[in-house]
Design a protein around this ligand. Structure first.
Ligand SMILES: [Fe+2]
Ligand SMILES: [Fe+2]
Length: 353
């Protein structure tokens, strides 16, 4: 898995504003990158590339020929209408490893990547990751449309994820997510796996582990309403952008409170996962006992996952480095020390424990 996860995956499209590209990107768990914005910086990590662009355009062909003249070791996938000769020829000129029909399912794309890199991935992992991503995608869309949230679907996805992690191990599960997904979906899925194994580690009963897992899946659902330019900004946010970003817990909570059947304590964690025990968090500045156990579990998992995430330009922290940051926050009184210590025993942090 390491090969894909270290190099990253880019989805290059005609433009980033079209709903179609965004929707497809979301199904893959990748934010689209416009062909005009695509530049040599993006090739630094030698990423796997998925092109969803018009290869009949001379400008596009010229740009791609120049940029892709040197062959890296990443996979090149072109989404081309196979009946369009010009497109097929263009893909061949650009040394395509796979030419697939537009809107090919995530499973097809992932299989192509695995085949290219000669990897075998455990099917129970990919199935549960795909189910989780589909549930997330559905949830993000439902929030935007203010539709009823599919609570049963989210619980079903949580249940599958718990079983897959049980049988295949949390490390491989997380590696699969990091290999194929970027951005908010990658983050949500990593928080989910982390919180789920943490809950298991704490000896919670199955129904509570499902509750924690589902809470983790939806904890950032409010980000659905945050502009993509802010969510995916490469660099620090301005104070105004930070203010906007900080609305996401309340947006997610308000939506789920009205439109879902999610348990009250799981719901609270959606609102309060950015609170700290010393009262320095947001949105309500809660402190100490005002922050319940599920929320504390989600907060620790959220911070840990954000640190080990792979981003286009930022190398991820190792599990040990990420764990050290948690210990630092506990020392400052922001996180519960005993809980952070217990977290150190989760399998992904064996070395730190
Ligand atoms: Fe968040
Ligand atoms: Fe988060």
């Amino acid at each position: 898995m390491r090969d894909i996860q270290d190099r990253g995956l880019l989805y290059i499209t005609e433009n980033t504003s079209s709903f179609e590209y965004k929707a497809y990107g979301r199904a893959l768990g990748i934010e689209p990158l416009g062909i005009r914005e695509f530049n040599t910086e993006h090739l630094k990590l030698d990423p796997n590339l998925i092109f969803d662009v018009d290869l009949r355009s001379n400008t596009t062909m010229h740009k791609l020929k120049t940029m892709l003249n040197r062959r890296g070791t990443g996979c090149r996938i072109f989404l081309v209408d196979t009946s369009a000769r010009t497109g097929m020829a263009g893909a061949r000129i650009l040394d395509a490893d796979h030419v697939l029909p537009p809107r090919s399912g995530a499973d097809v794309i992932h299989a192509a990547l695995r085949e290219f890199h000669g990897m075998v991935v455990k099917p129970e992992i990919t199935r549960s990751v795909d189910t989780g991503i589909a549930a997330l995608d559905g949830g993000f869309r439902s929030l935007l449309r203010d539709e009823i949230f599919d609570t049963a679907g989210m619980e079903n996805a949580s249940s599958q994820i718990i079983d897959a992690i049980d049988s295949a191990g949390v490390d491989d599960w997380m590696a699969t997510v990091r290999g194929y997904h970027v951005g908010t979906f990658q983050h949500c899925m990593l928080v989910t796996a982390t919180a789920s194994s943490f809950a298991r580690q704490l000896g919670m009963r199955r129904s509570d582990v499902i509750k924690v897992t589902a809470a983790a899946l939806v904890h950032d659902i409010g980000k659905s309403a945050i502009p993509i330019e802010i969510l995916d900004k490469n660099g620090p946010l301005t104070p105004a952008e930070t203010q906007t970003m900080r609305h996401h817990p309340a947006i997610g909570h308000d939506y789920l409170a009205r439109k879902s059947r999610i348990a009250a304590d799981a719901l609270r964690s959606v609102r309060s996962h950015h609170e700290f025990l010393d009262g320095s968090g947001y949105p309500d500045g809660l402190s100490g006992t005002e922050i319940d156990d599920i929320t504390r579990i989600i907060t620790i998992s959220d911070i840990y996952a954000a640190l080990v995430e792979r981003r286009a330009y930022k190398p991820p922290k190792s599990p040990d480095e990420a764990y050290a940051v948690l210990e630092g926050l506990a020392a400052k009184g922001k996180l519960e020390l005993a809980l952070v210590r217990a977290f150190g025993k989760v399998s992904i942090h064996k070395k730190a424990a």
